[in-house]
Design a protein around this ligand. Structure first.
Ligand code: GLA
Length: 384
């Protein structure tokens, strides 16, 4: 590896799947790269433009190589990568550990080293590696280790995004595979239930994630508003409210998930842009130590809880969540965070969404939070 810091913090970028599924092409990718720069997303830290499934021909070429679909990508993938790079961005692609990808295109099974070389020759910087059509007798752990090794020896720095949906106890072996990301969940869809269920499913897994190996709760649906071309992902669901998208972004940020945008960034509205580029929220996600947050349960732990993440500057990032359907009082007793009020220790609290300094608190902080809403705070520990 040339870049020894590759993947030290969760990657940020855009992925084609949630909104476009199979309907991808060179124009879309170029326009998306343009939009990433023009909209300010790049300046906010987003850098990867990733093509998901459905980019290749249905058959490999004469030498067993993957071939980009010439109708979708008439100038080949290298040209797309060059364009993305010319914008100061990085380029990502997709393959699968099985014989086929989830949408039925050729997978990399038994072609791992050849495909890694192909991706390197095209200028790929990021590979998402799915888990469909894996031969039943094959061990998934070994296949992820194999592709990781191939990528680490292909002559180019390629971030490895393992996507096995949390199967095979991925938490217990993924660190040793060399992957920088591990998808821990099934697919997100553009609905509040999906956001809620994915986040809750990882509450007891936060300790498994750290620098260079991040728990990937799946891509963001912020700003989609039901805009997927796939009915299941969101076309029929109608999407979420802006408050729900903001809570989704807050959860993903404090849980150290990659921030991979799934909406059409060429057409983002102002609220979506403000949500996705909030520097205080992104700073929580990108903290260099990547410490997973711990949970302080509320009175209904399945819906009401706080997440506390120790930051490298000594402060705390605190997310207070009401995933329930009724307004709730969320109470955060400082005892539960190791803060001894009797010794005069307190927290100076700033709200990361309103950017207001709320002052200094001792013993506890409490907030009344609307359904599906949250508070995301940065708290400086002060001795009074
Ligand atoms: C799986 C993955 C998704 C997406 C699709 C593509 O379902 O989990 O994120 O990549 O495959 O077919």
């Amino acid at each position: 590896m040339q870049n020894k810091y590759l993947g030290i913090t969760p990657p940020m970028g855009w992925n084609s799947w949630n909104t476009f599924t199979h309907a991808i092409n060179e124009e879309l990718i170029k326009e998306t790269a343009d939009a990433m720069v023009a909209s300010g997303l790049k300046d906010a830290g987003y850098e990867y433009v990733v093509i998901d499934d459905c980019w290749s021909l249905r058959q490999r070429g004469q030498n067993g190589e993957l071939v980009a679909d010439p109708e979708k990508f008439p100038h080949g993938m290298k040209a797309v990568a060059d364009y993305v790079h010319s914008k100061g961005l990085k380029f990502g692609m997709y393959s699968c550990d099985g014989t086929h990808t989830c949408a039925g295109y050729p997978g990399s099974f038994e072609h791992e080293f050849q495909d890694a070389a192909t991706f390197a020759s095209w200028g790929v910087d990021y590979l998402k590696y799915d888990n469909c059509y894996k031969p039943a007798h094959m061990d998934g752990e070994m296949l992820y280790k194999r592709m990781s090794l191939a990528l680490r020896n292909c002559g180019r720095d390629i971030l490895f995004s393992a996507c096995n949906w949390g199967h095979d106890d991925v938490w217990s072996w993924i660190q040793g595979s060399g992957a920088q990301l591990f998808r821990s969940t099934g697919d997100i869809v553009d609905s509040w239930e999906s956001i809620k269920n994915l986040a809750l499913s990882q509450m007891n897994k936060t300790a498994y994630s750290g620098p260079f190996c991040h728990n990937d709760i799946d891509m963001l649906v912020v700003g989609m508003y039901g805009g997927s071309n796939d009915e299941y992902i969101g076309g029929k669901l109608g999407g979420c409210t802006d408050v729900e998208y903001r809570t989704h972004f807050s959860l993903w940020a404090i849980m150290n998930s990659p921030l991979m945008i799934g909406c059409d960034i060429r057409k983002m509205n102002q609220v979506t842009k403000e949500t996705l580029t909030n520097p205080d929220v992104i700073a929580i996600n990108q903290d260099i130590e990547c410490r997973g947050p711990y949970v302080v349960p509320g009175h209904d732990p399945a819906a009401i809880f706080s997440l506390v993440k120790p930051m490298s500057d000594g402060s705390l990032a605190i997310g207070m969540f009401n995933l329930g359907d009724k307004k709730a009082q969320v109470n955060l007793p400082f005892w539960d965070m190791g803060i001894p009020a009797a010794a005069g220790v307190g927290l100076e609290i700033t709200d990361c969404w309103s950017h207001e300094n709320e002052g200094r608190f001792t013993e506890r902080y409490a907030a009344s939070i609307e359904p599906h809403d949250c508070k995301l705070l940065r708290a400086k520990v002060s001795l009074g």
